[in-house]
Design a protein around this ligand. Sequence first.
Ligand code: NDP
Length: 344
Amino acid sequence: MSGLTVCVTGASGFIAGQTIRALLEQGYNVRGTVRGDPDSAQYSYLRDLPQAERLSLLPADLTQPDSFDAAIAGCDYVLHTASPFLLEVKNPQHELVDPAVNGTLDVLRATQRADTVKRVILTSSVAAITDEPDSNHVFTEEDWNRKSSLTRNAYFYSKVMAERAAWDFMSSQHTGFDMVVLNPCVVIGKSLGPALNASNQLFRELLTGAFPGIMALNFCMVDVEDVARAHILAMENPDAEGRYICYSDAMTMAELVEFLRQQGYSASLPSRDLSAGWMSALLKLLSYTQSKGSGDFIRARLGKTMRITNAKICAELGMTFRPVKDSVMATVADLQKWGHVALD
Ligand code: NDP
């Protein structure tokens, strides 16, 4: 029984839910922050977790200055996962960048005021490492995404800006705590709550015929339960330092479709092969007719192979990742469980 208290911001989130479950299982007391009424039924799946007598939910909002103070006061650790994860927005500065950056700084200031916290784990993203695969380069923690902007992959930009602001804060302030950053790639797997996460949504689209065909795209994936474990390893290991990419393995869209077909999910999977080079060029043109978020994403990625390494987290934190095909199956089962897809 650890007896230590951990604040998890954005407790209603996909990653936060699994992290809270794992923290409670390991004997931690958990303070989760939520935007809504902490007593409302929408959070009952958290209150029903095993050992939830050690969980309390408190209100806090990234757009409300000083609103994290009560949740962080007296805590030993802070896991800052809250951030808007939206691919389609009207006003990227207002909806993405401001809450991500100002909210992160607010959490760090509240942590400083609390004066009890040993370490903050910031959930950044591979989005802060790159928004564009490069077949000739293996991305590591040394890399920074310098291409995203308010007009190109704005969600990615919000993650870069928030992580940079956090490192700047840490280097300019005399804090009594340190910070470790996690950079997960596309997080998939089992959700504790009914909401459909933006990353699992990819599978719903794949399974429900939303893609016109099999495109030259590859996806670097990691299981949400592994990301939860990585948060705790990064928190507990005194030698943890800097950024850590969380990544299990990559699959191309063709490999995903073939694997899902083998598992018997054939009905609405895309079948037309759109992966030839000339087809990618055409799809890039057509992507300008799609929503801004999807169009940006597709244009930056089509025809390129994303290569990334998890060597640092495996070597320094002893992290292991479950096979990506197991996570794919867990994701499909979860989509069915919550009624996000109806499959035979
Ligand atoms: P979710 O969308 O499931 O969770 C996001 C959380 O942030 C929710 O709890 C949400 O609260 C909260 N939030 C959003 N805006 C605000 C706000 N203004 N004030 C307070 N809370 C807010 O996403 P994930 O769990 O997937 O993401 C968690 C973190 O991991 C994010 O920082 C994301 O960028 C990062 N990440 C996610 C990846 C993925 O593939 N899923 C990959 C890499 C990084 P509410 O429920 O009220 O909306």
